[in-house]
Ligand binder design. Structure first.
Ligand SMILES: *Cc1c(COP(=O)(O)O)cnc(C)c1O
Length: 371
């Protein structure tokens, strides 16, 4: 599904030099590259504060720890996401409340959020899934009306932007109170191991986040609040510093792959291609089609027989997970999407020959599966 080696080889001299410099300096934790990368990323995103941390799951947990929340407070989030989003809330004794997604964009549906609001609701966590920004303007309005915190889970959409109706635009992850991301190797901006970060414009939140990620201390060995140990190590920061200037090119390469698939499947009666909402700049972390009327699992199986890997992100939605099922609402749109989604290979190093083979195979397989 990804070609991390191919991506590395194109920038090998730069990466190798950056890694060698870290080893030479031997400041493996909190080396200067960590702060420098945070500064570079803040400039790229045009946000006041970037706080690096250990991974994208930690980023979500730290974001929730930094807000003024009590056990039992309700956090509204989509069921149609990776479990990390719900897990972070549950781990802190908060109650994840699952809402529907818009079936065209796969992102949190503002109407469903309105219906899920209760007197205990304190925060919303939209997820910019597959690289598509959620409907931020509507969600920010809901958050304002009901005095809720808004955390953007931007693990899959760094490099994307949202266009507001007044013509202004903002980078994904910088619109809510806090944005989080992951630098897991296969993400749009990936390091060579685990990594993550939080973004905020609020200086007080930034300070709290920094403390929490560092054992609740501001001053060494003085622990004012309960925190955790979550840091981006220097080697990862050095890799990310080299890769950040390529992020826009990586997003464009993904978009070119999506263009190819879009053309190949245009107008097909059984294949629904992913919508690119006009309010945003899709960065295609995944290219996820909806296979209609024919059996998705059979399509997947037959593609595998032709040597084409496909994935289902994610096989079981959060509200159907054993841990959450008993207390979750009915979410028919999420269930229905889950039965027909199929993510095709997409990454920065794909050539037209491979793309032609994959799209031709998808068309053949779908035709062969017809009832
Ligand atoms: C990858 C991902 C995470 C978790 O990131 P890790 O770095 O793997 O902990 C959280 N949310 C979403 C939507 C993700 O895709």
């Amino acid at each position: 599904m990804v070609d991390l080696k191919g991506q590395y080889l194109k920038i090998k001299p730069e990466i190798d030099a950056a890694i060698a410099a870290v080893i030479e300096e031997a400041m493996f934790i909190a080396g200067p590259q960590v702060k420098d990368f945070a500064t570079d990323l803040a400039r790229y995103l045009q946000v006041n504060h970037v706080i690096p941390c250990g991974n994208g799951t930690d980023a979500l947990q730290i974001a929730l720890m930094a807000l003024d929340l009590q056990a039992g407070d309700e956090i509204i989030l989509p069921s149609f996401t990776y479990v990390a989003t719900a897990e972070a809330a549950a781990l802190l004794g908060l109650t994840p409340v699952f809402a529907e997604v818009n079936p065209h964009t796969f992102t949190l549906d503002p109407e469903s959020v309105r219906q899920a609001i209760s007197p205990r609701t304190r925060a919303l966590i939209p997820v910019h899934l597959y690289g598509q920004t959620a409907e931020m303007e509507a969600l920010l309005n809901i958050a304002r009306e009901h005095d809720l915190y808004l955390i953007e889970d931007n693990a899959q959409a760094i490099g994307g932007r949202y266009l507001f109706s007044d013509g202004s635009s903002k980078a994904n992850g910088t619109m809510g109170h806090i944005g989080t991301t992951s630098f897991f190797p296969s993400k749009n901006l990936g390091c060579f191991g685990d990594g993550g970060a939080l973004f905020t414009d609020d200086p007080q939140l930034a300070q709290r986040i920094r403390m929490i990620a560092n054992h609740g201390q501001q001053q060494k060995y003085r622990h004012e609040i309960i925190g955790c140990n979550s840091r981006l190590d220097t080697l990862q920061a050095a890799v990310l510093q080299v890769k950040l200037p390529y992020l826009d090119a990586y997003c464009n390469a993904r978009r070119a792959v999506a263009d190819f698939y879009d053309r190949a499947f245009a107008g097909h009666p059984l294949l629904k291609t992913p919508l690119r909402a006009s309010y945003s700049h899709h960065v295609f972390h995944q290219y996820t089609i909806q296979v209609q009327e024919v059996n998705r699992d059979e399509v997947k199986q037959r593609l595998a027989e032709k040597g084409i890997p496909t994935m289902i992100y994610y096989p079981t939605p959060c509200h159907r997970q054993p841990k959450f099922a008993a207390s979750s609402p009915q979410l028919p749109i999420t269930d229905q999407l889950n039965a027909c989604i199929l993510s095709l290979p997409i990454h920065t190093e794909m050539d037209n020959q491979t793309l032609a083979y994959i799209s031709q195979s998808v068309l053949e397989v779908v035709a062969a599966c017809q009832p």
